[in-house]
Design a protein around this ligand. Structure first.
Ligand SMILES: *[C@@H]1O[C@H](CO)[C@@H](O)[C@H](O)[C@H]1NC(C)=O
Ligand SMILES: *[C@@H]1O[C@H](CO)[C@@H](O)[C@H](O)[C@H]1NC(C)=O
Ligand SMILES: *[C@@H]1O[C@H](CO)[C@@H](O)[C@H](O)[C@H]1NC(C)=O
Length: 432
């Protein structure tokens, strides 16, 4: 059978099974006379009961799958995660949220990653991200925005309390988009991380709308093979059209419910130590030695002070320091290389990528179903940006595929609660 026929017959099988179950539930519900429950079950039957098959078709870009998927998504009510809105004891948190509880190989057990995750909303997305990247040998610093609601903070704390290697940043910022507070939030976590008893090799920063494409093992192997001992800070010497960011003084405006950064008329002094300012990604992967350097070196500290009133300093700070010849693990001649983040930028629409199938927010694509194939074929380690409230099936498909991939690579016996798919009738195709 050729692959197309296989997929087609898979689909037919799926539809047949769905119809059967639909009939079954319809009859059952007619008898039990529960109209609300019936509506809910219909949704599950149509779209959520056998999502592996639909996801597989989406991942290989089948046109029919988008039509079904988009139809589903408009009525789809994804299962809410247990232990997120309601409180559970820790053994329930670990089990029902499917956290992986042992290192999956020697190689991973001996190479530990530190994560900085800055979040302010969308609790479920945070939990989905956390349970994807969580490994017991790693360490996680969560920066919860100071302005987040109290019940949000409490819910994060409840989950974090179940893990010795996850903690909330000891100092929290009111984060303003493009402001210094965004950089300060990462630095707060770094201070906590370097003082932790848990050893780590590299630190990676994430925000609440990121999701991994590569597994923990893939990430480690990518770092070791391409960057052994070096830092990844994609970026170039500050181009002319970015000069305004550091030429005049900017201020953060924070007022009830509103915050932004605005330029003043004050011209800034030249950078300290005559440093050449670079421009790059706010996303990095850094060695522990480099992090210690940025927290103690006089140039790093002066650059930080100088950056306080600049626009989006997280996009120049790390890359500028990592281009110094004598910084630990520096890459003075690097450019944009380093596959840290897959992002569909609006200004690359039609050139680097073939458009955003979800929608753009601040010139960045929020992925829709039609972006799934592009995401999983990307060489990057993580992707941004996701909004499960708008495109729930996107996250469901990625999560299910990702966990299957992780477990497929495991070199230790797999525990039952690590699996998402309770009954795996269809195996999601993982050959891409
Ligand atoms: C945790 O909660 C579950 C269900 O509520 C219960 O069965 C279990 O005994 C509890 N475990 C502990 C360690 O308290
Ligand atoms: C990991 O460490 C253990 C014990 O320290 C050692 O036996 C093992 O060979 C190491 N594995 C790798 C892949 O380095
Ligand atoms: C500052 O750096 C520039 C080039 O980066 C160089 O031309 C200039 O001489 C330097 N100035 C001082 C005072 O070191």
């Amino acid at each position: 059978m050729n692959p197309l026929d296989a997929t087609k017959s898979g689909f037919l099988a799926c539809i047949a099974v769905c119809l059967f179950i639909y009939t079954f539930i319809y009859l059952k519900d007619t008898l039990s006379e529960e109209p609300n429950e019936q509506k809910f079950d219909e949704n599950i039957v149509e779209c959520g009961f056998y999502p592996d098959e639909l996801c597989s078709a989406l991942f290989v870009g089948k046109t029919a799958a988008f039509k079904i998927g988009n139809f589903c998504q408009s009525t789809y009510q994804p299962k809410t995660l247990s232990c997120v809105q309601t409180s559970c004891n820790c053994s329930m948190v670990l089990k029902t949220l499917h956290f992986i509880t042992r290192p999956l190989s020697d190689e991973e057990g001996n190479f530990s990653l530190a994560y900085i995750i800055t979040i302010h909303k969308e609790l479920e997305m945070f939990v989905k991200l956390l349970r994807a990247i969580y490994m017991p040998q790693n360490i996680y610093c969560i920066h919860v925005d100071e302005k987040s609601p109290q019940d949000y903070k409490a819910a994060v704390q409840n989950i974090v309390n179940c893990f010795e290697n996850i903690f909330i940043s000891s100092k929290r910022e009111n984060v303003v988009y493009a402001g210094f507070s965004r950089l300060q939030a990462d630095i707060n976590c770094m201070r906590d991380l370097v003082h932790s008893k848990i050893q780590w090799n590299y630190v990676i920063n994430l925000c609440g709308q990121d999701y991994p494409i590569k597994t923990n093992k893939d990430i480690i192997q990518y770092i070791k093979s391409k960057w052994n001992g070096k830092n990844m800070t994609p970026g170039v010497v500050q181009p002319l059209h970015m000069k305004h960011r550091t030429q005049v003084s900017y201020r953060e405006y924070v007022h009830s419910g509103m915050s932004y950064v605005y330029p003043t008329k004050n011209i800034k002094a030249k950078p300290p130590y005559n440093l050449t300012i670079y421009f790059g990604s706010a996303y990095y992967i850094l060695t522990k030695e480099f992090v210690e350097f940025t927290l103690t070196d006089a140039r790093a500290k002066d650059l930080l002070e100088w950056s306080r009133d600049t626009y989006s300093p997280d996009e120049h700070y790390w890359v500028t320091l990592n281009r110094l010849n004598d910084a630990p693990g520096a890459t003075p001649n690097a450019d944009w290389e380093g596959n840290i983040r897959a992002i569909k930028w609006k200004d690359q629409d039609g050139t680097i990528h073939k458009g955003c199938k979800g929608h753009y927010i601040r010139d960045i694509c929020v992925y829709g179903l039609g972006d799934l194939q592009w995401i999983i074929e990307s060489p990057h380690l993580f992707a941004n940006k996701f909004e499960p409230a708008t495109y729930p099936l996107v996250m469901d498909c990625l999560e299910r595929r990702y966990r299957l991939k992780v477990l497929l690579q495991a070199e230790v016996p797999i525990e039952d609660h690590w699996r998402f798919q309770e009954a795996n009738y269809f195996n999601m195709k993982l050959n891409v």
